[in-house]
Write a protein that binds this ligand. Structure first.
Ligand code: ADP
Ligand code: MG
Length: 465
């Protein structure tokens, strides 16, 4: 029928616009590398901020004692305590707790947000059991994972550059987020010092490095997306401080803000961007991350409903609600293996109020999921390859010598739970690097690495060392 033909045509157009053939991915990887150089050369030299983290040594395993971590950067925040036992015992005990952030606090006042966090932290500290030990007279220390762009001024201070991922809190941009947190901690009468301020990418890198010495890249694929990696200090022209003893410096790329004419974008992306809290910004993130994939899908389905009557003569009103279709739902529909696509049918009905969809309609929905998710996964893969190229880890040793092992640690709910996405990312990295080079590149899930990493960095930057 005419409707089917129209739907097919729209899908085909989507597929073509979202296509990421190898040649295009190589252009994206090269553009990423070029922007990395530019961002390292000078402040403001690129869309990539390439932020200096002040982390010039990563965990070794020798860290000991009780440390706390607080991880803020998405829909939830996590608190964690770990008892570190050094090389032999490693993590003697760890206890995490997750707290969801009431949505009104994400767009409210700074004090309200930090008071809420500090109060949850105080409550958590109050529940510390006997398995955790702090020497008498010592202050508890905290690693603060704060996953927004921050201009770091030392390992334990930094000012917020901008909010992302749906946060929009007045009066915090330009402020020192450690000072904000510290004041809130004091208002709770909690005796605790913030010893390290890190980005989640750096927490992930540090947490994974603790167990594996070859980890040199950390990537987040969750609500948002970002990456950090270990750079040679003398390859950072904009760094005018002393060269660190290690000769290395961890760089927080803030790659979510990457953009390039080579990125395959569509009208749907344009709409999403225009309607977002941060138009024109975080373009790479808006193609890839968990906050946006479901919303892109909604935009596609809305157009299919409007122009091809995909769901019948009228457009389901709920489909007009921004962000009603979250990425976990998209993922559940995409992974539906049942012959009649039962999960797709149920989700459309329960979430969008669309009853009795035909198998044909459900198949269209799954196809749209596939196109959107795979574009995101392949672009993330191209970003990773761009980093590997920048640090010369994208090819096997030429003289027949040993190729060093390179580990990329990835954390985040999108990568952890969206299997089609993560599988596609890994196979695309392989496809781009080729058989030989990819043999020495390992991509692994660093589950909850970012909180542990912050605690480890608090330990290695403890006031008592
Ligand atoms: P954050 O990035 O907020 O710190 P997470 O790393 O836990 O938190 O990632 C949460 C995000 O991961 C969610 O916003 C969602 O987009 C995505 N996500 C969670 N579960 C799934 C799932 N089953 N399938 C796809 N994406 C998921
Ligand atoms: Mg996170």
């Amino acid at each position: 029928s005419g409707r089917c033909a129209r739907a097919a045509a729209l899908l085909k157009e989507l597929e073509e616009r979202c296509a990421t053939p190898l040649g295009k991915l190589r252009q994206v990887a090269d553009a990423m590398m070029v922007e990395m150089h530019a961002g390292l050369a000078s402040e403001g030299g690129s869309k990539l901020k390439m932020l200096i983290s002040y982390v010039d040594k990563l965990p070794t395993g020798d860290e000991t004692g009780l440390f706390y971590a607080l991880d803020l950067g998405g829909t939830n925040f996590r608190v964690l305590r770990v008892q570190l036992g050094g090389k032999e015992q490693r993590v003697v005990k760890k206890e995490p707790k997750e707290v969801s952030i009431p949505p009104h606090l994400m767009v409210g006042g700074s004090d309200e947000l930090f008071d809420f966090i500090a109060s949850a932290l105080a409550e958590f500290v109050a529940s510390e059991g006997e398995d955790f030990h702090i020497p008498v007279g010592r202050q508890r220390e905290l690693g603060f994972t704060f996953s927004f762009p921050v201009r770091q001024t030392s390992i334990a201070s930094g000012t917020l550059i901008k909010w992302t991922k749906g946060f929009n809190i007045e009066g915090t941009v330009g402020e020192d987020v450690v000072a904000e947190l510290t004041r809130a901690i004091e208002r709770q009468c909690l005796d605790m010092r913030v010893s390290a301020l890190v980005n989640d990418t750096i927490g992930t890198l540090a947490g994974a490095r603790y167990y594996d010495n070859d980890v040199i890249v950390g990537v987040i694929l969750g609500t948002g997306t970002n990456a950090a990696y270990v750079e040679r200090a003398h390859a950072i022209p904009k760094w005018h401080g002393l060269l660190p003893k290690s000769g290395e410096m961890v760089i927080n790329m803030e790659w979510g803000n990457f953009r390039s004419s080579h990125l395959p974008t569509t009208d749907y992306d344009q709409t999403l961007d225009t309607e977002s809290l941060n138009p024109g910004e975080q373009i790479f993130e808006k193609l890839i991350s968990g906050m946006y994939l479901g919303e892109i899908l909604r935009n596609v389905l809305l157009r299919l409903a409007n122009e091809a009557a995909l769901f019948g003569d009228s457009v389901p009103p709920k489909l007009e609600t921004p962000f009603i279709l979250r990425t976990p739902v998209m993922s559940a529909m995409h992974h539906d293996n049942s012959p009649d696509l039962k999960v797709v049918g149920t989700k459309l009905k329960e979430l969008l109020g669309i009853p009795n969809t035909s198998l044909k309609t459900r198949k269209v929905v799954v196809q749209a999921c596939d196109i959107i998710a795979k574009r995101g996964a392949r672009l993330a893969a191209a970003g990773i390859v761009g980093i590997l190229k920048k640090i010369g880890r994208d090819s096997a040793a030429k003289d027949g010598g040993d190729t060093p092992r390179t580990v990329v640690a990835i954390d985040g709910g999108l990568y952890e739970h969206y299997n089609i996405f993560s599988e596609c990312l890994r196979s695309t990295v392989k496809e781009m690097l080729g058989e030989e080079a990819s043999a020495s590149v390992v991509i692994k899930l660093a589950n909850d690495g970012s909180s542990i990493g912050a605690a480890l960095l608090a330990a290695s930057h403890s006031q008592y060392l």
